[in-house]
Design a protein around this ligand. Structure first.
Ligand code: 0WD
Length: 254
């Protein structure tokens, strides 16, 4: 397809081939988008580079979202290489493993701050610096989870962070709407990725979804990728400030 022909988009949060961001990138590339990938540190650079190079014409830029200067530099690089930006994929989150087990009440001040800095404020920091490049309008899509809406075992500080992220989506949508920039979140069902490794007892969560979700299966990254493609395309031009569930319908049952 060519729904995104002539569109320049940035994908943040590819860590490996299982990453949700990687699936999103493939859906975007499949519709003709030109992509820039960011990587957090040398730790993941090799893997990101290898994947990105399979999509011809891709840009690969370092950006640790906890460092303002790195986001400034990213904006300058994109301005130079793309001039105009049309889409942003934010697929980044982090919490210390000790904060993703046991009880939420035990969360430390430092663990809370870190989880919210990387998982919530990063969306604001990125939107702040990249929205000025979206001079033809555009769309920003981030990733959330049902742990924002209800208490889910072990999700703890990340549930609170995702609730904040979803509220940030609404405020950003309101701020950037006049520039025809839409901001939405996808609430994905559980998927076995690197980030999911941090959640204790992930297998039983997957099993629950298989048993109870209306579609009786777990979520595949390609399903998330295609919804993200829709949210970043003209097809979703009337949608902003929303959370779209891509979870086989799990959120509507029990
Ligand atoms: O079940 C799941 N896997 C779900 C994930 C269900 C619903 C939502 N999500 C969300 C996550 O919370 C996250 O926001 O989707 C997003 C992507 O997660 P993923 O694809 O499951 O996980 P992963 O492949 O690990 O990608 C997240 C990446 C990091 O990976 P690692 O595992 O190396 O921390 O976020 C990036 C990093 O690449 N990241 C950063 N990027 C820039 N600067 C930073 C940072 N400081 N920290 C983490």
């Amino acid at each position: 397809g060519d729904l995104l022909a002539g569109k320049n988009m940035i994908v943040m949060g590819v860590a490996n081939e299982r990453s949700i961001a990687w699936s999103i990138a493939q859906s975007l590339a499949g519709q003709g988008a030109r992509l820039a990938f960011t990587y957090e540190s040398e730790r993941v650079e090799g893997r990101v580079r290898k994947l990105a190079e399979t999509i011809p014409g891709s840009l690969i830029v370092p950006c640790n979202v906890t460092v303002d200067e790195e986001i400034d530099k990213l904006a300058a690089t994109l301005k130079e290489e793309f001039d105009v930006l049309h889409g942003i994929v934010h697929s980044i989150a982090f919490a210390k493993s000790e904060d993703l087990a046991g009880t939420f009440v035990d969360t430390s001040r430092e663990g809370f701050a870190l989880a919210n800095d990387i998982s919530v404020y990063s969306l604001v920091a990125v939107a702040q610096r990249l929205a000025p490049l979206m001079t033809e309008g555009g769309a920003i899509t981030t990733m959330t989870y049902m742990g924002a809406d209800r208490v889910m075992r072990n999700y703890n500080v990340m549930g609170v962070a995702k609730a904040g992220l979803q509220a940030a989506v609404r405020y950003l949508a309101n701020d950037l709407g006049p520039q025809q920039i839409r901001v939405n979140a996808i609430s994905a069902g559980p998927i076995r990725t690197l980030a999911a490794k941090g959640i204790s007892d992930f297998n039983s969560i997957l099993k629950q979804v298989e048993e109870k979700a209306p579609l009786r299966k777990t979520t595949e990254t390609a399903e998330v990728g295609d919804t993200a493609m829709f949210l970043l395309s003209h097809l979703s031009r009337g949608i902003t400030g929303e959370v779209i569930y891509v979870d086989g319908g799990y959120n509507i049952v029990g």
